[in-house]
Design a protein around this ligand. Structure first.
Ligand SMILES: Cc1ncc(COP(=O)(O)O)c(C=O)c1O
Length: 444
């Protein structure tokens, strides 16, 4: 396997001289030669530089076209350059895009979200990180408590409160540069473990459980039967609010797991793909929570004084361009009919992955729900973060990605798994499975 990986990595680099030259130039003015560190972090091979994208594919500056199964970490689920969004964005920018005042697209979008996801009130930000930041503040203001309960293997964005992990029973900051005091604001437990949940909520000091209904950042972990009923029951009993973060998992069903599983959260966060990757995120909330965003007794007219208003907002949040893109994406691209099609293709992909694995005689497993799937290098799919991490094989993952990239397929990162976008066809799924089969034949 090592020599195959070396050969594939050498081929990848040799075939991409223009990307290499741009990286070299970029390193003079940007750390790691990229505008945002993840663009280098996410891959073991060097990043490719992009020329453009259309539908289910994108093309790099060396002329390689890739079938996109990673869909930019779910943010390109609408496909690249979906025509309704291209037209809406072009029309909006010509009319002006930033006023710090509302326009009618916001009403259309919020009414659509309310009808689709079942929560009555919505606020908008530019990223899911910012949406979750505001959800946590509102939950703290409403409950008078500080602690947020999270599941091991979660990712909810680059906000300090959730960038913690449990290490030898201690909560510690997950990365450098975070305050040593943030672990006091969070608790981390395993997903799908009712006893751990009960124990974590028992002190009645948790403001909010923030969770993906099915975890997507440590493999794809589905909830076990009955878990969500217990989660809702126990949070209510403990006076804790429940926020679902469907930033990723919204691709799995027309109204997410929230509607598919009949869930009843207090908050719901959405982002990434809801405006086809144009910066827009949002959170829905119950009426009584929305009342907290009402006019305060003393509004913030001057910096430097304390007011009783929950801290939310940003100059560019809810801007006209984001709302126009969101309106076009939600109403014209992310339709019920499109979700029905991606679910069918997702099933084709899931079944094809299982068949290829069985044909190769490998002891691997596959989880699939709607458009999204994930394969694990163990016979039984994990149900919590620690088991999923233990099942990972980083060297094998790196080989899979570079092998597929060399054959025109952009595979997903290990924490996520492949996704069929709205733009994919059955032929695209079959092409993906063909390359996956070639890879298994090499490594089996
Ligand atoms: C579940 C979930 N929530 C929130 C985020 C943060 O999204 P953003 O980077 O757009 O702020 C992510 C990003 O991967 C995510 O997976």
């Amino acid at each position: 396997m090592k020599s195959l990986a070396e050969a594939e990595n050498a081929r990848f680099v040799a075939d991409r001289p223009r990307s290499a030259a741009l990286s070299e130039q970029a390193r003079r003015t940007m750390p790691r030669g990229v505008p945002m560190a993840w663009m280098d972090d996410l891959y073991d091979h060097p990043p490719v530089w992009i020329a453009g994208g259309e539908g289910a594919t994108f093309t790099d500056v060396d002329g390689h076209t890739y079938l996109d199964m990673y869909v930019a970490d779910m943010s390109a689920f609408c496909g690249h350059a979906p025509p309704p969004v291209v037209e809406a964005v072009a029309a909006r920018i010509a009319l002006g895009n930033q006023f710090l005042l509302p326009n009618e697209d916001a009403i259309v979008v919020s009414e659509h979200l309310a009808a689709r996801y079942g929560l009555p009130k919505w606020q908008f930000t530019l990223s899911a990180t910012q949406a979750n930041t505001e959800v946590i503040r509102l939950a703290r203001a409403l409950t008078g408590r500080e602690i947020v309960l999270l599941f091991d293997g979660k990712y909810h964005g680059e906000l300090d409160t959730t960038l913690v992990v449990s290490e030898d029973g201690q909560i510690v900051p997950e990365m450098a540069g975070l305050a040593q005091s943030i672990p006091g604001q969070a608790r981390v437990i395993p997903f799908n473990d009712v006893a751990a949940l009960e124990a974590a909520l028992a002190p009645e000091d948790v403001a909010l459980v923030l969770a993906e209904p099915a975890m997507t950042n440590v493999g794809f972990l589905l909830p076990v039967d009955g878990y969500h009923d217990e989660l809702r029951r126990l949070t209510r009993e403990a006076g804790t609010l429940l926020g679902f973060d469907e930033t990723h998992s919204l691709v799995c069903a027309y109204a997410g797991f929230t509607r598919d599983l009949g869930l009843d959260p207090d908050f719901l966060t959405l982002g990434k793909s809801i405006a086809a990757g144009v910066p827009l995120a949002t959170y829905g909330m119950r009426e009584e929570i929305a009342a907290l965003i009402a006019q305060p007794e003393e509004a913030r007219h001057a910096s430097g004084v304390v007011v009783d208003e929950v801290s939310t907002g940003g100059t560019l949040f809810g801007n006209a361009l984001s709302m126009a893109a969101g309106r076009a994406a939600l109403l014209e691209v992310l339709t019920e009919e499109a979700f029905a099609r991606t679910a069918e293709l997702g099933e084709r992909m899931g079944n094809g992955l299982r068949d290829a694995i069985a044909n190769a005689g490998l002891p691997w497993s596959v989880v699939q729900y709607g458009s999204h799937a994930c394969y694990f290098f163990v016979p039984e799919p994990p149900t919590h973060g620690a088991a999923s991490r233990a099942a990972d094989d980083p060297a094998l993952r790196a080989l899979i990605r570079v092998f597929m990239a060399n054959r025109g397929v952009w595979e997903s990162g290990w924490w996520l798994g492949p996704t069929v976008s709205i733009a994919h066809t059955a032929a695209d799924v079959d092409r993906y499975l063909e390359v996956f089969g070639e890879l298994l034949a090499e490594i089996a």
